[in-house]
Structure formats: C-alpha cells, structure tokens
Design a protein around this ligand. Structure first.
Ligand SMILES: Nc1ncnc2c1ncn2[C@@H]1O[C@H](COP(=O)(O)OP(=O)(O)OP(=O)(O)O)[C@@H](O)[C@H]1O
Ligand SMILES: [Mg+2]
Length: 460
C-alpha cells in the first residue's frame, strides 16, 4: 500500500497506478507540457482539472525536497508548491519502487529552453537574467542555500514586460537562520559553472543571439547579484543633516520591489553622523499593495503596472481625494473586470489575467499613438484580441492540443521529451512542446520601450 505524506492531500491521487514505474504510466494519466532537462524521471499527471508534477526520486531526497519546498512556501518565496511524497511503493511482483515527489504544476510557467527556442532578443535575455538574480537574492535573504543554481532548476513566468523566476528543484538545498558570505559565494560559484555550461549549450545549439557571450553573461549575472545584494543589505553613513537620505533609501528599495520590515538606525552621540542598514527586507512591495487593495494576486511588475493604471484612473475620474480602497474597487469593476470578461473563454489559456491587462494597456498606448486619439480601453481590448491574442502560442496548453496534425513530427513519447521524435533513429534531447507550430508574432510588438522608440522615430 503506498503511503502519502502530505499536509493537504487530494484524495483522487490515491487511485493512480502507483505500482507502475513513472516511466511506464498510461497516457490517460499524463499530460504533455513543456519541461526542463532533468536527471530523474519527471512526468505531469492529471487528476480531474488539476495538474501535478511527479518526480521519482530516492526517499531521503524526496522527503528533504518536500520539506524544503514547504519551508519556502511558509517564507513566501517563489517556488513550486509541494503536494505530497508517495512512499512504500511496490510493483506488481512486490519489488520496491522509488518514492514520488508531487508538486503542483506551476501554471503559465516556461522552462528556459522553450523561451530560447522561440528565439529571444538580447534584451529578453537580460530580463531573464534579472529575474534569476532577484530569485537568488530573495532566497539568500531568507537563509536559503540552494546548492544547485541553474537555469534548468528555474521556471519563468511572464511578469508585465519582465519575467518572474521560480525555484523548481530544492533537492540540494539547506535552510539556515542567515547565510554567511562564504555560503553565498559558494552558491554563486555553483551558479557560475552551471550557467556558463547552459549558455554554452544554447550557443552551440544556435539559440543564443550572436551578440551575447556566455562568459560575459555569467559575469553580468554575478555583478547584478552583488549590486542588488549591496543595495538591499548594505550600510549607508551620512551626516546628521541629511535625514532625508533615510527616506530615499526606503524609496529606492520600494522601487526595486522590496519593503523594509526592519531598519537598523544608529547615530553618533552628538547626532552628527547617521548610519542605516536595512535588516529585514521583504519582496513583493507592489504585489502586496495590489492584493490588499483589489484582491488580485499578481507578479511584482504586473502589480506595478496595474497600480499605475489605478492611479491614472483615479486622477482621470477626479477621485484622488477619495478613499483608496473604494477607488480601487471601482477601478476593478469598471476597468479590470470588463477587460477580462471580454476575453473569449477559449483564449484564456494564452496568458493569465494580469498579464493580459498589461498587454492590452500596451496595445492601447500603441493604437492611441498610431491613430492620434485616446482609444477607449474596451475598444483596445477587442483590437488586441483580434490582432494579437489569436496568434499567440498557448502557454497553458498541452502538446496534444498544439500539435494535432498528422503531418507534423510526432514525438516518440510525448510525455518524455528525451525520447525524441518517432521517425528519429537517435533520440533527440529536444522538448516536443517546442515543435508545436508557433505563429509568427513580431517580437517587438509588445515591447513598450521599442514601441515608444518606433513612435518617436515616426514623429520626427
Ligand atoms: N511543479 C512544476 N511545475 C512546472 N514544471 C515543473 C514542476 N516540477 C518540475 N517541473 C519541470 O520538470 C523539470 C525537472 O524537474 P527537476 O529539476 O525537479 O528534476 P531533477 O531530475 O531533480 O533535476 P536535476 O537534473 O537538476 O536534479 C523542471 O526543469 C521543470 O521544467
Ligand atoms: Mg533539476
């Protein structure tokens, strides 16, 4: 009898064929979704409308990873959500099978190879790198030593014009009260080796823009990490007359998306010098504010964008003096919800609601510039659905849905990308999700900076 270790279990999981090695599970239990490279057998399993990631791994590692992911959840860090560890598995002949770690499938997430395979511009690589740096800094701030920092162990989600990174593999992790500089440096050394290898790999697969160099990319990651760490944790000293610098520091941290929970402030006895050092900083400054005001749970940059729109709405409708929560509720019902409601249900799998709203705001800006008039939001929504959304690849879809044509190359085993394609003699390590026909989208279309530059050039 398999045993489930779980804090909140889904009883439908009990009926799954645990007596079979994960590799031989019947297709009706599986769903083919994009997946990164891994040493263990990993499958996405479907029970009702829920999708879980299942990893077959030895018992102590499965339990350790489950606990680490549970701790990360408690500490509100971006990581996949643990669901259960299934132990005591035996096959039909009574031989023992490795336990399975179950996590909730992270919706709308993309492994890096899927992104690179679509062809990413150098600016996008910078954004991915930034997301990775923020993730690493956030983990280090809470005392989490990762031990296996790599692109394959991260999932990316769109976050307005940027990306948010989530940890997906915590097998080697350790949680401490705080990390020493040496421990952090150790994680950075591992990151350097792994990321360098991964970028080289992308380069040899011609998936890296020729203007980018693996070594320079890795160096820039290290530099960005050090800069962000210094800004979030470094001490600052100034004269007693410059007290405004305390406020400035807090504002800078807020701008980076962090709140100061504890600030260490020291003054010399005569008050001539002040020394400040943030002691505890919490990520999610904007997303927490948006959640409090509207109940919308979004990524940080999406929240920033939505809060800006809320501020514009409040100004436009003369409600600046009104109660913040009341105005936010009006914005939600008059602006946000009508847009989301206008999206046909069959297109909901393309983007999450906050991302859609962000992209529609970009579209409206572009259209307004183009037509030299203020395009109403709902008109922009319909234009966006027509011109953009229809042609975007579905980021929540399954392989069977995106590659239904018989003339397309079929994977040997759609649930295991490492098995390559049916007609290949040698297995190819490509993820078949990538072979789904991706409609051409002008990559600059939703890049607000590029659009602004384009509009400026036109005006001249
Ligand atoms: N909850 C999840 N949601 C979405 N994708 C997931 C999830 N869990 C795992 N994956 C996908 O499966 C891949 C492999 O998972 P994971 O890194 O945990 O396996 P692994 O065998 O331990 O890897 P490694 O070779 O680094 O030890 C990930 O890169 C990710 O793409
Ligand atoms: Mg991994």
């Amino acid at each position: 009898m398999p045993r489930f270790l779980s804090s909140r279990s889904d009883s439908r999981l009990i009926l799954l064929p645990w007596q079979l090695p994960l590799e031989t599970w019947p297709r009706e239990n599986l769903v083919a979704l994009p997946r990164g490279i891994s040493r263990h057998v990993v499958r996405f399993i479907k029970v009702g409308a829920s999708v879980y990631a299942a990893k077959e791994v030895i018992e102590n590692l499965a339990l350790h990873e489950y606990r680490m992911l549970t701790d990360l959840r408690r500490l509100d860090a971006p990581a996949v959500e643990p669901v259960a560890v299934v132990t005591n598995r035996v096959d039909e002949d009574g031989a023992p099978l490795d336990p399975v770690l179950l996590t909730k499938h992270l919706e709308f997430s993309l492994p890096y190879r899927v992104l690179f395979d679509q062809g990413v511009r150098p600016e996008t690589v910078t954004r991915l790198v930034d997301a990775m740096v923020v993730l690493l800094v956030r983990l280090h701030l809470i005392g989490f030593l990762w031990g296996d920092v790599s692109l394959s162990n991260v999932l990316f989600r769109r976050d307005a014009g940027a990306f948010a990174a989530y940890l997906v593999d915590a097998e080697t992790a350790e949680l401490h009260d705080a990390l020493s500089t040496g421990q952090r440096e150790n994680d950075l050394a591992i990151a350097t080796i792994n990321l360098y290898g991964e970028f080289l790999d992308l380069e040899s697969g011609r998936m890296l823009d020729p203007s980018l160099h693996p070594l320079k990319l890795v160096d820039s990651i290290m530099q960005r990490y050090r800069d962000l760490w210094a800004e979030l944790t470094g001490a600052e000293e100034f004269s007693g007359e410059e007290t405004y610098r305390i406020e400035n520091r807090v504002r800078r941290l807020n701008k980076l998306g962090f709140d100061v929970a504890e600030l260490d402030l020291n003054t010399t006895q005569d008050g001539s010098t002040i020394r400040i050092q943030p002691k505890v900083v919490d990520a999610g400054h904007h997303s927490r504010r948006l959640l409090r005001l509207t109940g919308l749970d979004t990524e940080e940059n999406q929240a920033r964008r939505l809060l800006n729109d809320l501020a514009t709405y409040s100004y436009r409708t003369g409600q600046q003096e009104g109660d913040e929560a009341v105005v936010a509720h009006r914005w939600l019902t008059e602006c946000f919800q009508p847009v989301v409601n206008a999206i046909p249900p069959e297109l909901h799998g393309k983007r999450d609601a906050a991302q859609l709203f962000h992209e529609i705001l970009d579209y409206r800006w572009y259209q307004s510039e183009h037509e030299s008039r203020e395009v109403p939001l709902i008109e922009a929504t319909h234009g966006y659905i027509r011109d953009v959304l229809h042609s975007l690849p579905d980021e929540r879809q399954t392989l069977t849905q995106i590659a239904p044509h018989a003339d397309e190359r079929l994977p040997a085993n759609p649930f295991d990308p490492s098995k390559g394609f049916a007609e290949d003699e040698e297995p190819m390590p490509a993820d078949p999700w990538d072979t789904g026909e991706q409609p051409a989208v002008d990559p600059g279309f939703l890049d607000i900076a590029a659009l602004r530059a384009k509009a400026k050039r036109k005006k001249r």
